[in-house]
Write a protein that binds this ligand. Structure first.
Ligand code: HEM
Length: 516
């Protein structure tokens, strides 16, 4: 399978970070939650700073100088943390965006998180801009004049704002308006936009692993102590600021105003926004047939509702007169066609209706559980040798068909999470010596919960579980991306060696049983 260049870059970055952080704390696996964590740091330090800060044109700069120099190890550190966490969040958001784009998790039914993500980025940037304004130093003056030029280019205000700043007519009232925006208006808007951003997802985790959160905080603290955040000289509207150390994370559009008009800068910004917003449809993607409910086999147990990563399943009162209280309904617009629900359904049990078509309560038309069962039987029939291994592979991970050999056969699924645990039991009962399940990279599941639910089901911690009586040693769960073929081959060799050992142990147990 061809891997697109953007994905190749991020997979290589991830592998590289894995070497330093391990798979558990690799920040590239937790970019969304890390952004949330940084917002908490920004919020808490911001509230702390609000106490000594004086929100007036005359008092702002002096109060920040006091915070920075007189309160260096308390409020000063808080100020630096506030600034560096704000810079860090732009990095994590941009990486998060790049990752979702590179892995294709923004198209088809999943357009919503992408489209609501773009305004989130702009809210964060404008929040940073209003923050720099509040310092009321030379940089704030530069930002104020640049912003006024930008606003003047819009047909919003009757008189020009820029002239006001140059003439020294910046008023406390206007300053308080910016303060209100930064302290309340923009944070509330961001909170609402973030809620919207994850609205079509279920079981959203907003906390990164504890180790990663602590490590991030220590890194920010170290930076704050080594290089405290400082102000420029106080704003002086009668002079033009000379040397400004720009924060490029937030203020990158302002230097453009030296060469372009405000209107041209708007055209550029709005064009970038539109291109970003339209990306999910450039070109449009079809997810494939969506999950279908068959009420004749649904008892309304709600397991599929609990497992759906995209909030595409709802529960309602029974409509078919059956003895059960509830039934499930699929919203096809939100269904990403991963098939995770099919594995959740207790009816997806291949030991049922052995001769007839296997019907389940919820299934994928393009790969029904019945087809998975017949593919399993066919694959086992072609296997030879002493260690027959069947590999069920996620369609977004390693192409397991490439691992086919006399003793190994791959079956590709839509997602590893669509594999009912009972089908693995079925494969082992019907001639396979071992079964490997190959999902996406650990912590990096294309359909969010394929890896996680599979692991929990196989460990007996999430329904439907893999029964205890199944020989768990004959099952391996592996995670890998398209580029990780070498790793899976190594795992496969180790698994084969283990199966040989298990087969020999079983044979000798059988022999000793016969002798008795
Ligand atoms: C402003 C800060 C942002 C935060 C805190 C944030 C946070 C999150 C979180 C927590 C998730 C859920 C991840 C999961 O559980 O699988 C998520 C998903 C996602 N985000 Fe963001 N995000 C932000 C900005 C953005 C931006 C700017 C974009 C792109 C324009 C974006 C695009 C996406 C996409 C496409 C998904 C995945 C949806 C899916 O799996 O179908 N996010 N985000």
């Amino acid at each position: 399978m061809l891997v697109n260049p953007a994905k190749r870059i991020y997979l290589a970055l991830e592998s590289w970070f894995n070497l330093s952080f391990g798979t558990q704390w690799n920040p590239l696996y937790h970019l969304g939650t890390l952004s949330f964590f940084l917002f908490w740091v920004i919020l808490i330090t911001g509230i702390y700073l609000f106490i000594p800060y004086q929100g007036s044109l005359d008092g702002a700069h002096a109060s920040l100088e006091y915070i920075t120099y007189d309160q260096r190890y308390t409020s000063g550190v808080m100020r630096s943390l506030h600034r560096y966490a704000s810079d860090a969040v732009v990095i994590t958001i941009l990486l998060h965006m790049f990752k979702e784009f590179a892995s294709g998790r923004y198209r088809g039914s999943r357009w919503f998180s992408w489209v609501t993500g773009v305004p989130n980025l702009w809210v964060v940037i404008t929040l940073g801009i209003s923050g720099y304004w509040l310092v009321w130093d030379e940089m704030a003056q530069y930002v104020a004049i640049g912003s006024a030029h930008l606003l003047d280019a819009l047909p919003l205000f009757p008189s020009t704002m820029a002239r006001n700043f140059v003439a020294g007519e910046m008023t406390d009232r206007f300053f308080i308006l910016i303060e209100f925006l930064h302290l309340l208006g923009q944070p509330l808007l961001l909170g609402f936009m973030l809620w919207l951003h994850v609205k079509h997802l279920s079981n959203v985790d907003i906390n990164p692993p504890r180790g990663l959160a602590i490590g991030t905080l220590i890194a920010l603290l170290a930076l704050s102590l080594a290089k405290p955040a400082l102000s420029h000289a106080p704003a002086d509207l009668s002079a033009v600021p000379q040397v400004i150390n720009l924060d490029w994370f937030y203020l990158n559009v302002y230097p453009l105003l030296d060469v372009w008009s405000g209107g041209q800068v708007w055209i550029l910004t709005i064009s970038i926004t539109w291109i970003l917003m339209l990306l999910p449809w450039l070109p449009p993607k079809k997810d494939g047939p969506k999950a279908v409910v068959d009420l004749a086999h649904c008892n309304g147990c709600e397991l599929c509702f609990d497992d759906c990563p995209f909030d595409a399943i709802s529960v309602q009162a029974r409509t078919d007169g059956a003895k059960f209280d509830k039934e499930v309904v699929v919203n096809p617009d939100q269904c990403a066609a991963c098939g995770i629900c099919a594995a959740s359904c207790p009816s997806s049990n291949p030991f049922r209706s052995r001769r007839e078509t296997l019907k389940t309560g919820i299934d994928m038309p393009q790969l029904p559980v019945d087809k998975m069962r017949s593919e399993t039987r066919q694959a086992i029939a072609t296997l030879q040798g002493d260690t027959k291994i069947l590999i069920y592979g996620c369609g977004h991970g390693i192409n397991v068909n490439r691992l086919d050999s006399g003793e190994t056969r791959g079956i590709r699924l839509l997602c590893s999470g669509m594999l009912p645990p009972t089908l693995v039991e079925y494969a082992l009962k019907n001639g396979a010596d071992g079964v490997m399940v190959s999902g996406c990279r650990h912590n990096d599941c294309f359909y969010r919960f394929g890896n996680r639910w599979t692991k929990l089901r196989f460990e007996g911690k999430r329904n439907p579980i893999l029964r205890k009586r199944v020989e768990h040693e004959r099952i391996r769960i592996h995670g890998g991306a398209e580029t990780d073929r070498k790793e899976i081959e190594e795992h496969l060799n180790a698994f084969r060696a283990e199966l040989i050992r298990l087969n020999q142990a079983a044979e000798s147990a059988e022999l000793s049983g016969d002798n008795h």
